[in-house]
Design a protein around this ligand. Structure first.
Ligand SMILES: Cc1ncc(COP(=O)(O)O)c(C=O)c1O
Length: 406
C-alpha cells in the first residue's frame, strides 16, 4: 500500500514557490461548488475585483487563468499574436527567453534584444527599439527571477502608446511585492502567479487586460462549435491557436454570458481569492515595504558574512537576491546540506549563472525577519563548516539592524 503524502516542513527561501500563507491553505479545503453555482460566480467576480486592486487597474477583464504562471503568459501571447505579427522581446534573463520562445510558437516575427544577465535596459534603448521596429506587441518580464533584476517599465509603457504597440508584462515574480501600477504605466496586459509575492501555491495565474488588448483579441473570437448559438458570428481575425488559452472564450466564460468553456479550478480560485484579500488587507504599499525590508536584511546579513551580491544593485528586485557562491565552495553540496539538515530550500541558477550564484527569495508569506534570520544563521553555519571556521556572531545582528526602520 502506498502511504499518504507527508512532506517535510521546509522553509522555502528560493525564488518560488514559497510557503503559502496558512490562510490560503485553509480556504483550499472548503467545499467544492459547480462553476455556474451563483455562489461560485460571486467568488469569481470578487476575485476580479480583488485583482483590480492588486494590479492597480480599472480593467474590466481582470481574471484568473487556470495553470501556473506560464499559463498566463501563454494565454496573453497566443491570444494577441497572429502569425506574422512583429513582436519585440527585451531579454535580460531566462524568462525573457521564455517569452521569446512562446511568441515564436505563436507564429510571431520575433525580434529580441539582449543585455548581460545582472543588468537591465536603459529607457532610451527600449524607446529606440520600439520606434525602430514598430512591433505590434512588446513582451517583457518585469522582475526576472533568474537574474534577480527588475526592468523599469514606465518609459516603455509610454513609448508603446506613442508607437501604437501593445505591451505585455510578465509580473509573475513582482505582483504584490513591487509597485506595478498597470493603468498608470500603460501596461496593456499583465499576468502573474500566486507562488511568489502573493503568498499562495502555484496553479492559477491572475491576468488583466485593457480595452486596447480586448479589441485585438475580440476580433479573433471564434466560439467552439459545440457551444455556439446560431446567431453568433465569428470575429474577422484568425482563430486563436490554442483553445484552452483562448482569452476571447475565457472572457466569455468570466462574463455574464458564462460560456461553458472549461471547469474552473475551484480550489485554486479560492486560493487566489484569499491571496488577493491578504495583500489588500495588508495594503499594497505596506506589502512592498515589507518585501524591501526583508531584502535589505538578507543583503546586510549576506554581506556581513563576507559574501558578494550579484548584479546591478540599483535594479535588484526586493524579493529575490542573487549571491555569489564563494570561490572553492561546492554550491550544490551547501544547498543540499541546507535542505537536508536545516529543512531550508534556497535556489540554484541557470544559463550563464549556472554554478555561480545562489538565489534566495524573501517573498510573500516568507518576507519576514524570522525567515531571513533562520536562513542566514543556517547558511553561516554550513559555510563555516565548509571552511572549518567558527561562525561569526555579527551576521544576524547586521540583518536585524538593517530590518529596523528607525
Ligand atoms: C519571472 C517568471 N516568469 C514566469 C515564471 C513561470 O512560472 P510557472 O513556473 O509558475 O509557470 C517564473 C517562475 O519561476 C518566473 O519567475
Amino acid at each position: 500500500m502506498v502511504s499518504p503524502i507527508k512532506p517535510p516542513q521546509r522553509l522555502l527561501m528560493g525564488p518560488g514557490p514559497i510557503n503559502a500563507d496558512p490562510r490560503v491553505l485553509r480556504v483550499m479545503g472548503e467545499p467544492l461548488l459547480g462553476q455556474f453555482d451563483p455562489e461560485f460566480r460571486r467568488y469569481m467576480s470578487e476575485a476580479s475585483e480583488l485583482y483590480r486592486g492588486v494590479f492597480q487597474t480599472k480593467n474590466r477583464w481582470t481574471l484568473l487563468i487556470d495553470g501556473t504562471a506560464r499559463a498566463g503568459i501563454e494565454a496573453a501571447l497566443v491570444s494577441m499574436i497572429e502569425p506574422g505579427d512583429r513582436v519585440l522581446v527585451p531579454v535580460f534573463g531566462r524568462f525573457g527567453h521564455l517569452i521569446a520562445e512562446i511568441s515564436r510558437r505563436c507564429g510571431g516575427d520575433v525580434k529580441t534584444i539582449e543585455t548581460a544577465w545582472g543588468t537591465v535596459f536603459p529607457d532610451e534603448i527600449l524607446e529606440r527599439e520600439v520606434k525602430h521596429h514598430r512591433p505590434k506587441v512588446v513582451a517583457v518580464c518585469h522582475g526576472d527571477t533568474s537574474t534577480t533584476m527588475a526592468q523599469p517599465l514606465e518609459a516603455l509603457g509610454r513609448a508603446c502608446r506613442d508607437h501604437d504597440a501593445l505591451l505585455y508584462v510578465d509580473a509573475t515574480a513582482t505582483l504584490g511585492g513591487m509597485d506595478l501600477p498597470v493603468d498608470a504605466w500603460h501596461l496593456d496586459v499583465a499576468s502573474a502567479g500566486l507562488q511568489k509575492c502573493l503568498g499562495g501555491p502555484p496553479g492559477i495565474a491572475p491576468l488583466t487586460l485593457n480595452a486596447r488588448a480586448e479589441t485585438c483579441i475580440k476580433r479573433r473570437r471564434h466560439v467552439e462549435q459545440g457551444l455556439k448559438h446560431s446567431e453568433e458570428g465569428d470575429g474577422e481575425g484568425p482563430v486563436i491557436r490554442s483553445n484552452y488559452f483562448d482569452l476571447a472564450m475565457v472572457m466569455d466564460y468570466w462574463s455574464d454570458k458564462a460560456l461553458n468553456h472549461h471547469t474552473e479550478a475551484t480550489s485554486m480560485l479560492y486560493a487566489a481569492h484569499e491571496c488577493g484579500r491578504i495583500v489588500l488587507d495588508e495594503g499594497l504599499s505596506r506589502s512592498f515595504e515589507r518585501h524591501a525590508r526583508a531584502s535589505r536584511a538578507l543583503c546586510a546579513g549576506l554581506e556581513a558574512m563576507g559574501l558578494n551580491l550579484f548584479g546591478d544593485r540599483q535594479h535588484k528586485m526586493p524579493n529575490v537576491t542573487g549571491v555569489q557562491i564563494p570561490e572553492g565552495a561546492d554550491g550544490e553540496k551547501i544547498r543540499r546540506t541546507l535542505l537536508e539538515e536545516f529543512n531550508i530550500e534556497i535556489g540554484t541558477s541557470f544559463g550563464p549563472l549556472h554554478g555561480k550564484i545562489w538565489r534566495i527569495g524573501t517573498m510573500g508569506y516568507n518576507a519576514r525577519l524570522d525567515a531571513v534570520l533562520t536562513t542566514l544563521g543556517a547558511l553561516e553555519a554550513v559555510l563555516a563548516r565548509e571552511r572549518r571556521q567558527t561562525p561569526r556572531t555579527t551576521v544576524t545582528e547586521a540583518a536585524s539592524a538593517a530590518y529596523r526602520v528607525d
